[in-house]
Design a protein around this ligand. Structure first.
Ligand code: ADP
Ligand code: MG
Length: 906
């Protein structure tokens, strides 16, 4: 239940009476209701769908909740001692969309089906929970994004390390039941809480399990709730410290090294075992498609914290959280869901080791340089469906014949995929090609068994080809022959009676003979009338019914047989899970690599040279997303040289000059290089980076709703604690969230710290519109200045977007104000004031009542009428603003302008 739903549930139950305990009401309730209460007791936190004939019914509190969430009519059933029992229901045949809506709203749904058909005198039908649906374990394709994984996570605090004797730590495990991905990690150390949050944010689980005694810390719970995660409090015994290894070994008997690895990460293993027990409780079957639990360390790949992922818009746009406008969207030219999900993982976890980066980049380069190979591969991949998700449905026994046919078609495409790799030299591609398994056996079996384009439902037959099963063939023959007999029976009746007899069929009374009413008086004796229509009547005969029974009987039996055969085929596929998963892995890797190559080719990227040294040198770099934006006329490329003796670069320049763009570009290019991608530049040398930090001053983040200076400072503090000489730090207007003096002072001391503290000498890009900061380069040896060029031509300022050495000594704020549409008299006055300031004057005299003269500012000219009895400068500026006509950014600029006016001339 999400926090929201939980609250709603509590509020509701305070006012109304929930379900009584089974037994308590025993006497007055029907047997079915008693059965309901008994089953409900085992699932108090789930909405129970209770099958009664053709409907799933909900009762008591569940009925209230569901009626509201699903727009169902609330009715009632017999009374208990509290009055009528609230009830609502949905038809069994269309239950899925209703469940999905409840899941999306963060609820848990338990499906209780009738296990036998009701028969007179047999008493109450047996009912049983067949499946419990939860937001973290959805597999319905309608609820899943093919390009994103969907995780259930488990969290356990305790002592880490082998035998659980180490430091305080968190065990974290997560599983995507729709693809079988299953991983676990132990997060320890001073910063465990932060790392855990970063990691959970990367995973964004839809549901989180934790032992009842150890709920997630409030800060974490708050973030999870923000993302809409559901919390599941579990019996601590389901986090079985002593048995975790055994349970994992039991689930993955073929994994000989698993027990040893699990022993080294006891908390992680325990969290993993807890997930298993939850899945076992709620899902049918043995979960054959789960991948063996893989242990990892968060330090294996580059750690990117939440603010950095957001600022750089790696996978979610800052504006609306969608994929559009993100780095991932730009790089995603994948052809399969498997490839898309893997690529997403790569973008969120760039590599650290130069060797691993080179291996990936070699493969990308191979595909860039041989377009035929890349195109061949991508064409072949188009025939491949989402093997992981199909296998997930197979494992959870919801796959239908179309899924298996899709699997078959995908496997048949494997040889073409393999053929496209011929001759590739890159080690990664060669390894994939060498390790190939075309699975012709399974592909052949599936195509031999299933018809082309089989139906979606698996209980209505029509899935298997003739010749697959002799008994099926016999039943089909019987039914076909019966049908042709029925057709010829119609013909013979026409001839015998001379009446226009037509044969028809409906579900209510089966086959019938239809004769126009005009002949009502000539109907033979043996005909029994069954139905009267406007102009015709329908009859049956004993002969017709006898054959019908044979036909329909055979048809029914054939359907049952097909259902059985299908179950067998599905189990056969499940038994091949490991091979199918391995194939899915290979395809995902190829798809993601080819996607990076395709993006590189499309947008004209180059391969960066990755180095051990500290320097980063990018020639003619472009911001990948802006550069590809068709709305952007021309993007001006810029160079960047940082590292070594140029440790810190202060980027000054007026508002709107392009500072932020330049900084983000630097971070994005470095990240792209570390995930093995090519980058938008003419050439680049990149000295290995262990982490990229980006912070954006409160002002620039207002649009995201996080505007407090406190957040800005907290985030800056994290950087100062964690940045190493290997890191790349991007500080964009940090210090801006406070007054100018505070801001300049904080910015100044942050730069000093990064310069002077050996352990934290990170390569740093610091953008600021406080041009005062440029003088830092005079004091600190490894600080340099950059500025974004602007050209003045008369009144106008032209933004050149070119980053050059040096600093800007003016802010051009007035010009930006002009661009933003400030009224001419305000601009003129601002110019005057600025001129005064630049001559060393100050605003002192402005405080004089009635707006006394400002020395040397030409009061005599009469322009200062603004300050005399009439409206103040502030009032004039305010009056000119039309809030509805402003973009958020413009509004913000105006606000700053107003604050500035207010501060200088109260
Ligand atoms: P600042 O941070 O200096 O206020 P931004 O980086 O936000 O400026 O850039 C302002 C606008 O200028 C961007 O929205 C973009 O449209 C444009 N811009 C920035 N850099 C470039 C560039 N290199 N080439 C073309 N346009 C650019
Ligand atoms: Mg900016």
């Amino acid at each position: 239940m999400t926090l929201r739903a939980e609250k709603r549930g509590r509020r509701a139950s305070a006012g109304r009476k929930g379900a009584p305990a089974a037994g308590a009401e025993g006497g007055s309730l029907s047997p079915a209701m008693r059965q309901f209460l008994e089953i409900k007791q085992g699932h108090p936190d789930a909405i129970l769908f209770f099958q009664m004939g053709d409907f799933f019914e909900m009762f008591y509190e569940d009925a209230h909740l569901a009626a509201k969430a699903l727009d169902l009519t609330l009715t009632s059933r017999q009374s208990d001692s509290n009055g009528p029992i609230p009830m609502c229901g949905v038809p069994c045949h269309s239950v899925d969309p209703y469940c999905n809506r409840l899941l999306e709203a963060g609820h848990k749904v338990a499906i209780c089906e009738q296990m036998e058909s009701p028969a007179p005198g047999k008493g109450i039908v047996r009912r049983q929970i067949v499946r419990v649906l939860t937001p973290g374990t959805v597999i319905d394709p309608n609820l899943l994004d093919s390009k994103e994984s969907s995780y259930l996570a488990g969290l356990l605090p305790g002592k880490g390390g082998a035998e659980g004797k180490g430091e305080d730590a968190w065990g974290l495990a997560w599983v995507d039941i729709s693809t079988g991905e299953f991983r676990a990690s132990e997060i320890a150390g001073e910063r465990a809480a932060d790392l855990l949050l970063d990691e959970l944010e990367r995973i964004r689980p839809r549901e989180l399990l934790f032992p009842r005694e150890s709920p997630p810390p409030p800060a974490l719970a708050g973030r999870l709730a923000e993302w809409g995660a559901r919390f599941e409090e579990r019996d601590p015994r389901t986090f079985p410290a002593g048995e975790a290894v055994a349970r994992l070994a039991d689930q993955f008997p073929a994994e000989e090294e698993l027990p040893e690895r699990a022993g080294a990460y006891p908390l992680a293993a325990c969290a993993g075992a807890a997930l298993l027990s939850y899945l076992r409780e709620n899902q049918p079957g043995e979960l054959p498609h789960l991948r063996p639990l893989a242990f990892y360390r968060v330090s294996d790949t580059m750690i990117l914290d939440g603010p950095t992922r957001q600022n750089l818009e790696l996978v979610r746009a800052a504006s609306d959280g969608s994929r559009r406008g993100t780095l991932l969207h730009l790089l995603d030219e994948t052809r399969t869901g498997m490839g898309a999900r893997l690529l997403r993982g790569w973008v969120l976890s760039p590599l650290l080791a130069l060797k691993a980066i080179a291996r990936r980049a070699d493969a990308v380069e191979d595909f860039v340089e041989t377009p035929e190979r890349r195109e061949g591969l991508r064409r072949a991949l188009e025939e491949v469906q989402d093997l992981e998700r199909i296998l997930g449905r197979v494992g959870l026994m919801t796959a239908n014949a179309r899924d298996l046919a899709g699997l078959g078609a995908s496997l048949r495409a494997l040889p073409a995929v393999r053929a496209s790799l011929e001759g590739a030299g890159a080690a990664e591609i060669a390894a994939i090609a060498e390790d190939w398994d075309s699975m012709a056996d399974l592909a052949d079996e599936l195509s031999a068994a299933l018809v082309e384009g089989p139906p979606l439902v698996i209980r209505e037959g029509g899935m298997f080809r003739d010749g697959v099963d002799p008994e099926l063939d016999r039943l089909r023959l019987a039914s076909r022959e019966g049908k042709s007999w029925i057709a010829s029976y119609g013909k013979s009746e026409r001839e015998r009676t001379g009446l226009p007899v037509k044969i028809g069929f409906n579900r209510v009374f089966g086959y019938y003979l239809e004769i126009s009413k005009r002949f009502s008086d000539q109907i033979p004796e043996a005909y029994t009338r069954k139905q009267t229509l406007v102009s015709a009547e329908r009859y049956i005969t004993p002969e017709l019914k006898r054959i019908e029974e044979e036909v329909l009987g055979a048809e029914e039996k054939a359907k049952e047989l097909e259902y059985m055969l299908f179950g067998r085929l599905r189990a056969r596929v499940a038994a091949e899970s490991a091979r199918i998963l391995a194939a899915a892995d290979r395809l995902a890797r190829l798809d993601a690599l080819a996607s990076l190559a395709e993006a590189a080719a499309l947008h004209g990227y180059v391969r960066p040279r990755m180095e051990e040294g500290a320097e980063i040198e990018i020639v003619d770099g472009r911001h990948p997303v802006m550069d590809a934006d068709p709305a952007m006329a021309t993007f001006v490329p810029n160079d960047l040289r940082i590292g070594g003796e140029r440790q810190i670069l202060i980027v000054t320049g007026p508002n709107m000059a392009g500072k932020s763009t330049f900084l983000r570009q630097a971070a994005l290019l470095v990240l792209m290089a570390h995930l093995g991608s090519f980058i938008p530049a003419r050439s680049a040398r990149i000295g290995r980076v262990d982490r990229v930090f980006t912070r954006v001053g409160a002002h620039d983040r207002l649009l995201e709703g996080q505007s407090t200076f406190m957040v800005e400072m907290l985030e800056t503090a994290t950087i100062l604690r964690e940045a190493t000489p290997r890191s790349l730090v991007i500080l964009d207007e940090v210090g801006r969230g406070t007054s100018t003096y505070d801001g300049v002072s904080i910015a100044w001391s942050v730069v000093e710290f990064l310069h002077e503290t050996e352990a934290h000498r990170a390569r740093t890009l610091f953008a600021t519109h406080y041009h005062e900061l440029a003088s830092l380069s005079k004091e600190l040896a490894r600080v340099g200045n950059l500025t974004v060029e602007v050209r003045e031509s008369g009144e106008d300022v032209v933004f050149l977007r070119k980053v050059v050495e040096g600093s800007s000594d003016r802010s051009y704020g007035i010009h930006v104000g002009r661009l933003a549409g400030l009224p001419p008299q305000v601009l003129a006055r601002a110019r005057e004031l600025l001129a005064g300031l630049e001559e060393g004057g100050d605003f002192g005299p402005l405080r004089a009542p009635g707006g006394a003269a400002l020395p040397g500012s030409g009061v005599e000219s009469g322009q200062l009428a603004l300050f005399s009895p009439g409206p103040s400068l502030l009032e004039t500026a305010l009056a000119e603003i039309d809030p509805d006509a402003l973009t958020p950014r413009q509004a913000l600029e105006k606000l700053y302008m107003l604050k500035e006016i207010e501060r200088k001339a109260p």
